[in-house]
Design a protein around this ligand. Structure first.
Ligand code: ADP
Length: 386
């Protein structure tokens, strides 16, 4: 089929998009994002062969954002360009979707049923699917799931120690950030095949943050669970928490489910601890005690999980840093590696500072690899288009 590939990655208040020419690998032509949807929305586009530019737009919904992206003035989609396939990042694919899927009515119905498991992400992902179906009725729509890469985990990794009926009803540890882990696993297979065959921990550290243990390129454990709240502390999410704390908030503070959800997803993590910002760059530039403690807690949890995941793997050959913080924060990477010589983890201050790809000096290879979730989506669509 002739035509290009559009990828869409819809967050609660954002829409990232990119345009690709099909192929193996697909070739990125243009990209951009809409931020602050529902507020003072801003559209940034880097058109094919053109300069990046940014404008304020009026858009409250993902449908309005898509319309704004496609207006001729943005230069994103030149007049007369056909879209053959649209690839969507979908946070939850449930227990069964281990591969990308064509988003027909039956599949969308299954994904809608999963919304209660990812209430802050799934409805936005599906809103973008509906918008793209209206604008490109003849294009094939493909869903790529953040949970898919983690399917095949052991029972012990997947379950909670709750009555069995919960597991049977889908209350399980699913794991997320799968598109990013998929990309890194493929990069390792391409550039460091001997490492890709071994025991690897990937730390995806962005506003959302999680870690994944890989054995022979397959995910065997993740720090995220039923929801994208578990595991590491994040920009505004708490990460792992004693369930007794939640009972305390419900029983003694009288919070309702909505208030509890807001507290855990939006007011906690780096923002909650620092009282200043969810953004690592801002915290690194701040000299308050609270900012330093927020960073130090963030690092502490990564170190704990590194030990735990190495135990699941039975050893460690490589640790990979990715995501906005993993790719850029010298401070966080140095903090994670400090005093970890017992596990073979040690990093070169100079190479860490220079942000080179290989920063390790111990037995464990330590790598910094930029992730590219959009390319994983484009590849999946390209495969379907043949
Ligand atoms: P998202 O999960 O929204 O995709 P990103 O992967 O873009 O997030 O990561 C955003 C985080 O990366 C922010 O906390 C930001 O401050 C941090 N970050 C980006 N660049 C740097 C840098 N040079 N130094 C430290 N942190 C950085």
């Amino acid at each position: 089929m002739n035509g290009l590939i559009l990828t869409l990655n819809a967050g609660s208040s954002s829409l990232k998009f990119a345009l690709y020419e099909p192929g193996n690998p697909p070739l990125q032509l243009a990209e951009g994002q809409v931020e602050n949807l529902g507020g003072e929305a801003r559209l940034t586009v880097k058109p094919d062969g053109g300069q990046k530019h940014s404008t304020q737009i009026s858009a409250n919904t993902h449908a309005a954002a898509l319309e704004a992206i496609l207006t001729p003035q943005t230069g994103f989609l030149p007049a007369g360009t056909a879209i053959a396939g649209v690839g969507h990042r979908i946070v939850h694919g449930g227990a069964d979707f281990a591969e990308p899927r064509v988003l027909d009515a039956a599949t969308i119905n299954v994904l809608e049923q999963l919304s209660p498991l990812a209430p802050l992400h799934q409805p936005h992902n599906l809103a973008a699917v509906a918008a793209a179906q209206r604008v490109f009725p003849n294009a094939v729509q493909i869903g790529c799931f953040d949970t898919a890469f983690h399917r095949g985990h052991s029972f012990e990794e997947e379950t909670f120690a709750l009555p069995r009926r919960y597991f049977d009803a889908g209350v399980r540890r699913y794991g997320f950030h799968g598109l990013s882990y998929d990309f890194i696993a493929a990069e390792l297979a391409r550039t460091a095949p001997e490492i890709a065959k071994g025991k690897v921990i990937i730390a995806h550290l962005g506003n959302g943050a999680s870690m994944c243990a890989l054995k022979e390129g397959k995910s065997v454990a993740s720090t995220m669970g039923l929801s994208a709240l578990d595991g590491l502390a994040m920009g505004t999410r708490s990460g792992q928490i004693d369930p007794g704390v939640l009972l305390y908030m419900l029983q003694h503070e009288g919070l309702d489910a909505g208030q509890l959800s807001y507290l855990l997803y939006k007011e906690s993590g780096l923002l909650g601890l620092s009282g200043l910002s969810h953004d690592m760059r801002t915290l690194e530039a701040s000299d308050t005690l609270e900012s330093r403690q927020a960073i130090s807690y963030f690092i502490h949890r990564i170190r704990r999980e590194t030990g735990a995941l190495a135990a699941v793997l039975g050893g460690l050959d490589a640790l990979v840093f990715t995501g906005g913080i993993g790719e850029n924060s010298r401070l966080v990477r140095a903090g994670v590696c400090e005093g970890m010589g017992w596990l073979g983890i040690a990093c070169s201050p100079d190479r860490n500072q220079a942000n080179t790809k290989d920063i390790g000096t111990g037995a464990v290879r330590i790598m910094v690899i930029a992730t590219d979730e959009e390319s994983v989506i484009a590849k999946a669509v390209s495969k379907v288009l043949g």
